[in-house]
Design a protein around this ligand. Structure first.
Ligand code: MN3
Length: 223
C-alpha cells in the first residue's frame, strides 16, 4: 500500500513538473475597465490577455528549448540577455516590462509623488513639471515601438531614458542601465484603439493613473 502511494506521488509530481511553465501571466491588480476613461477597457483587455500573454507563452517556449535558461529568474535572463536569441530578448523583455507596467497604474491615483521620491525628482529635474516634460518628451520621441523609463542608475541617481522594442534598462545590451521605477509602453498596441495616431494624448492620460505609492516603493527598494 505504502509503495503504491509513493509511486503514485512520484508520477503525479513528475507530470506536474514536466508541464509546469516557468513564467505565468500575472493578473491585473484592477478590473479591465478600472482605468477608464484614460486607458479604455478594450485596449486593456487585449493588451493583457493577448499581447502580454503571448510574450509569456513565447518566453516559455524559448526556455523549454534552451538548456542554459532552465531555472533562471527573469532578472537573471535580462542582465545576461546578450547570451540569448532575439526571441528570448523580445519575450523576456515583453514579460518583464508589462508585469511592471500594470503595477504602476491605478484607478486611485495621487496626482503627485510624495516624500523622498518627490524631493529627489525636484532636486534632479528642477521641478515636478520639468520632470513631466522631460519624461513625456522621451515617450513622444521614441521612434516606432518602445518604452520610456525613469530609472535609478548604479550611482543612485534618477534618470529618464527610453528603449526600443521590448528592451529595458536591466538588459546587458542597452546603453543606459539602471533599475526601472516608472515605465510607459509607447507601442501603438497600447493606445491606438482610443488615441489612434495621437501618442501625446495617451501620454497626457498616463499622468492621471500613475500609482505613485508603487513608484515610491520601488525607489526606496532600489536606493
Ligand atoms: Mn505593450
Amino acid at each position: 500500500m505504502k509503495k503504491k502511494f509513493t509511486f503514485l506521488t512520484i508520477a503525479v509530481l513528475s507530470s506536474f513538473f514536466s508541464c509546469a511553465q516557468p513564467f505565468t501571466l500575472p493578473s491585473l491588480p484592477y478590473a479591465y475597465d478600472a482605468l477608464e476613461p484614460y486607458f479604455d477597457e478594450q485596449t486593456m483587455t487585449i493588451h493583457h490577455t493577448k499581447h502580454h500573454a503571448s510574450y509569456v507563452n513565447n518566453l516559455n517556449t524559448a526556455v523549454a528549448a534552451t538548456i542554459a535558461l532552465k531555472g533562471k529568474t527573469i532578472e537573471e535572463i535580462l542582465t545576461s540577455i546578450d547570451k540569448y536569441s532575439p526571441a528570448v530578448r523580445n519575450n523576456a523583455g515583453g514579460h518583464y516590462n508589462h508585469s511592471l507596467f500594470w503595477t504602476l497604474l491605478t484607478p486611485k491615483a495621487d496626482s503627485l509623488p510624495k516624500g523622498p521620491l518627490m524631493n529627489e525628482i525636484t532636486k534632479t529635474f528642477g521641478s515636478f513639471e520639468a520632470f513631466k516634460t522631460q519624461f513625456a518628451d522621451s515617450a513622444k520621441t521614441r521612434f516606432g515601438s518602445g518604452w520610456a523609463w525613469l530609472i535609478i542608475t548604479k550611482e543612485g541617481k534618477l534618470k529618464i531614458t527610453s528603449t526600443a522594442n521590448q528592451d529595458n534598462p536591466l538588459m546587458s545590451v542597452v546603453k543606459e542601465k539602471g533599475t526601472p521605477i516608472l515605465a510607459l509602453d509607447v507601442w501603438e498596441h497600447a493606445y491606438y484603439l482610443k488615441y489612434q495616431n495621437k501618442r501625446p494624448d495617451y501620454i497626457t492620460a498616463f499622468w492621471k493613473i500613475i500609482n505613485w505609492t508603487e513608484v515610491q516603493k520601488r525607489y526606496q527598494a532600489a536606493k
